[in-house]
Ligand binder design. Structure first.
Ligand code: AMP
Length: 481
């Protein structure tokens, strides 16, 4: 299978070859020929499968074929996508794929000034990528004419629904001509998605790549059972002890993301937070810093991280488990893109057991429980005294003065100043070597883990709150050794 055999024109083949793509991904092989023949498409694919090229490449070809001599102002193809980051990424990709064609791409999303976007639209575009809110604003201001749209893509449809965009989508649909080709991409198929598909699509070709858990199969997954208040200390330890260079950390709330970023900074780990309350500039800067490994940790909420295209991300951490089990699969899929493998670590507090059960049910398997290593309790900002009373759950109090975040920003070999020394030895069982995660982080070596059975979980819950462990080698994190 090659790009020319899918029916793509030489200019597009050349552009993807220059990007280093040699073989189409399954979603591309499935959708590109169908879209080129004018069919509607319903595609089950999540970020990381190459889904952007799967719709952008054939759309560019159709737009190019349909380019008359008259000057074009109004867009003829519209991609609706839930987040600004995703919109910007699709636009970047479209510019790259279309570099040998004389087509114009524009992108509009909220959170930034509207004036440059208006100017851009007035100059005209062939392909428009947009988030719903700003699109509707611009349409209401009459600076955007959607009457020429012949190709409509609803990207990340499931996320659109989760984010409450359904009324906005309905309003957008009313602005489009009835006669058009439609494509819908969704990582999951709920009943709501099916209903939406029936409303939008006409006799669609359905393309589903692997199962939605396929990505999860390529990711080394494990979990640590750890009380809430010790999560941040364990995370700092995992990053520093495993010498992680790039880790995406998911928190449940924006406030939680800010707080954790501050705490990790305090532990000497260069960190930024990314979420909806941050300005677009701050988000772009954080993402750039993260991609270029100027910072080690990016702490993100689900929505903000959605669709971020970060290549070869080695580590993802669920600081809190997501409420929606499918989000777990999305999150960990960030590490295993384009065939790469990665590690996903979840920090699970006792009240997250039901969420864990839902996730394991979706995965149809249990996630390995990694032995809890000994880790220091660092006196970082907003330290909570409860956690620092004792070396609970493998944790060890460490009240030594810390170097400034600037000084101790972790570089290879720099453990943030909390290793070694008499005080630096983690607690351990007599006759046993100090507890450490398996070399290279917690995911090396299946024998470092033990299977996480229902029985184990019941036992752990029963003993919850039993107090500090003596050894720091306790798998459950809250059971006395
Ligand atoms: P997406 O699912 O569209 O976010 O794409 C995920 C990543 O895969 C992006 O970094 C793309 O540049 C890359 N990609 C897309 N198609 C291919 C391909 N055929 N071969 C290699 N990489 C690809």
């Amino acid at each position: 299978m090659s790009f020319p055999t899918l029916g793509l024109m030489p200019e597009l083949v050349r552009a993807v070859e220059e990007k280093g793509y040699t073989v189409p991904t399954p979603i591309q092989a499935g959708t590109i020929p169908a879209i080129l023949t004018g069919r509607d498409v319903l595609a089950g694919a999540q970020t990381g499968t190459g889904k952007t090229a799967a719709f952008v490449l054939p759309i560019l070809q159709l737009l190019n074929q349909d380019s008359g001599a008259r000057p074009r102002v109004a867009p003829r193809a519209l991609v609706l996508t839930p987040t600004r980051e995703l919109a910007a990424q699709i636009a970047d990709n479209a510019a790259g794929y279309g570099r040998f064609l004389a087509l114009r791409t524009a992108v509009v999303f909220g959170g930034v000034g509207v004036k440059p976007q208006i100017d851009q639209l007035r100059r005209g575009c062939d392909l428009l990528i947009a988030t719903p809110g700003r699109l509707l604003d611009l349409s209401e201001q009459r600076v955007l004419d959607l009457s020429q749209v012949r190709c409509f893509v609803l990207d990340e449809a499931d996320r659109m629904l989760d984010m409450g965009f359904i009324p906005a989508i309905r309003r957008v649909l009313k602005l489009l001509p009835a006669e058009r080709q439609n494509m819908m991409f969704s990582a999951t198929y709920s009943q709501d998605i099916r209903t939406l598909a029936q409303r939008i699509l006409r006799d669609p070709v359905t393309v589903e790549v692997a199962s939605r858990n396929a990505t999860a199969e390529r990711v080394t997954q494990c979990l640590y059972r750890v009380p809430k208040e010790n999560k941040r200390h364990l995370l700092a330890h995992l990053i520093q002890d495993g010498n992680w260079q790039q880790v995406l950390v998911f928190t449940r709330t924006k406030h939680g993301a800010n707080r954790l970023a501050k705490q990790l900074e305090g532990a000497g780990i260069a960190t930024a937070a990314i979420h909806g309350n941050k300005s677009q500039n701050a988000r772009v800067r954080a993402l750039e810093d993260f991609k270029s490994v100027r910072i080690t940790a990016l702490v993100a909420t689900e929505v903000a991280a959605r669709g971020l295209d970060i290549k070869e991300l080695p580590h993802v951490v669920n600081y809190e488990l997501p409420n929606v089990p499918e989000d777990y699969v999305h999150r960990i899929g960030r590490t295993a893109r384009a065939g790469a493998s990665g590690s996903a670590v979840s920090l699970v507090a006792s009240d997250e057991e039901p969420l864990l059960r839902d996730i394991e049910r979706l995965l149809k398997r249990s996630i390995s429980v990694a032995p809890l290593p000994a880790f220091p309790i660092l006196n970082t900002p907003e330290g909570d005294s409860g956690a620092e009373r004792s070396g609970a759950d493998g944790a060890r109090p460490d009240r030594r003065p810390r170097s400034t975040p600037q000084d101790s920003r972790r570089r290879p070999g720099n453990r943030g100043g909390h290793s070694g020394g008499a005080q630096g030895s983690p607690p351990h069982r007599r006759g046993e070597s100090p507890a450490r995660p398996a070399a290279g982080g917690p995911n090396r070596g299946a024998d470092a883990h033990r299977s996480h059975s229902r029985q184990d979980r019941r036992g752990d819950r029963g003993d919850r709150g039993a107090g500090p462990t003596a050894t720091g080698r306790n798998d459950s994190g809250w059971r006395r050794a």
